[in-house]
Design a protein around this ligand. Structure first.
Ligand SMILES: C[S@@+](CC[C@H](N)C(=O)[O-])C[C@H]1O[C@@H](n2cnc3c(N)ncnc32)[C@H](O)[C@@H]1O
Length: 320
């Protein structure tokens, strides 16, 4: 199956909302602290964003570089396998978009020849774009795009593991299990790795990057005010709603596949316990999905323990 989220106008809008949600959960910082430090020293001039989608990351990341370095003149190149209708709106001085398949090493190296080598290569939320078994090749390609000492920054949501929402407060609940079963089935049917997020750092190390670090960030659905009270973050709220809505028809189609049960083979043990070993019995039709979406929404809006787990792995290309 090709890229499972598809390329509709609705998906384009969802990606921009998703960006707003991530910006909120990362407290406005698109670059990790090590990259930000390098940018403040004026060492980040050329950045590549692989699988950029609408290019909104490039737009905001360039502004972040300007603010950090106190200077302009940096260039951010965004690439994606398909041209996005939003590229026009997000391009401008210092922002360039190029169509390229991340699996086509020669095509990617051509971009480095024209615009690189890069000081930073970023790849965000590509876990449903990179097939299982292809991560090492992908990372080796990224290394070839970087200058020695340049940074790779990978960010992925952990939709499956024990760090994800349902077990944060030591409790498990049905909509927590359902919220993991949906992406799990979609990762598996696309041939992608449901456990890629916590494995990023290990894979970077194995691919020869040095000084590899991993930061686990708990993204909240609420902002915490100065007096300690909490306000629902509109961007996160809207992104979560849109995502559940967007995934519904895709999941329900996958749910009907004869091998659906086999797609749920790597779920964490607590889901098996919660479902008497039958996770495939959940979410059996549209009514059950809608009911899940309602309970899930109530959870991220009302449960202070709700969060999503985000891994940001950073490594450097060795200086030989
Ligand atoms: C979930 S979106 C993330 C977009 C963007 N990185 C962001 O954080 O907003 C995944 C992106 O990967 C892109 N993609 C899928 N397969 C790809 C490939 N083979 N080469 C390059 N990009 C690809 C999709 O077109 C889509 O824009």
């Amino acid at each position: 199956m090709s890229y499972i989220n598809g390329y509709s106008a609705e998906e384009t809008a969802r990606l921009d909302h998703q960006h707003g949600a991530y910006k909120a959960m990362l407290h406005g910082k698109l670059f990790s602290s090590r990259v930000r430090d390098a940018a403040a020293r004026g060492e980040v001039k050329r950045v590549l964003d692989v699988g950029t989608g609408t290019g909104i990351w490039c737009y905001d990341a360039l502004a972040e570089l300007h603010a950090l370095s106190g200077s302009q003149g940096q260039v951010i190149v965004g690439t994606d396998v398909v041209e996005n209708e939003q590229w026009k709106a997000h391009s401008g001085p210092g922002r360039v978009f190029v169509q390229a398949d991340l699996n086509d090493e020669a095509g990617m190296l051509k971009i480095a020849k024209e615009h690189g080598p890069f000081d930073v290569v970023s790849a965000r939320l590509l876990s449903v774009a990179i097939k299982e078994g292809k991560w090492e090749t992908f990372m080796q390609t990224l290394s070839k795009l970087l200058r020695p000492g340049g940074f790779v920054q990978l960010l992925e949501i952990d939709a499956i593991n024990s760090h994800s929402c349902p077990t944060h407060a030591g409790q498990t609940y049905r909509e927590g299990a359902e919220a993991l079963i949906v992406p799990h089935a979609l990762y598996r049917v696309s041939g992608c790795d449901p456990h890629c997020s916590p494995r990023l750092a290990e894979r970077l190390r194995r691919s020869g990057f040095v000084g590899v670090t991993n930061e686990l960030i708990y993204g909240d659905s609420h902002d915490v005010n100065a007096d300690g009270s909490r306000t629902l973050n509109k961007a996160v709220d809207e992104w979560m709603q849109r995502t559940n809505e967007h995934l519904k028809p895709i999941f329900l189609k996958v749910r009907q596949l004869p091998h659906y049960k086999a797609l749920l083979d790597r779920l964490p043990p607590w889901i098996l316990e919660l479902t008497d070993g039958r996770p495939e019995a959940l979410l059996k039709d549209e009514a059950e999905y809608d009911d899940f979406a309602r309970r899930h929404e109530k959870r991220w809006r009302e449960d202070p323990a709700w969060h999503c787990a985000i891994n940001v792995a950073v490594g450097q290309k060795a200086v030989i």
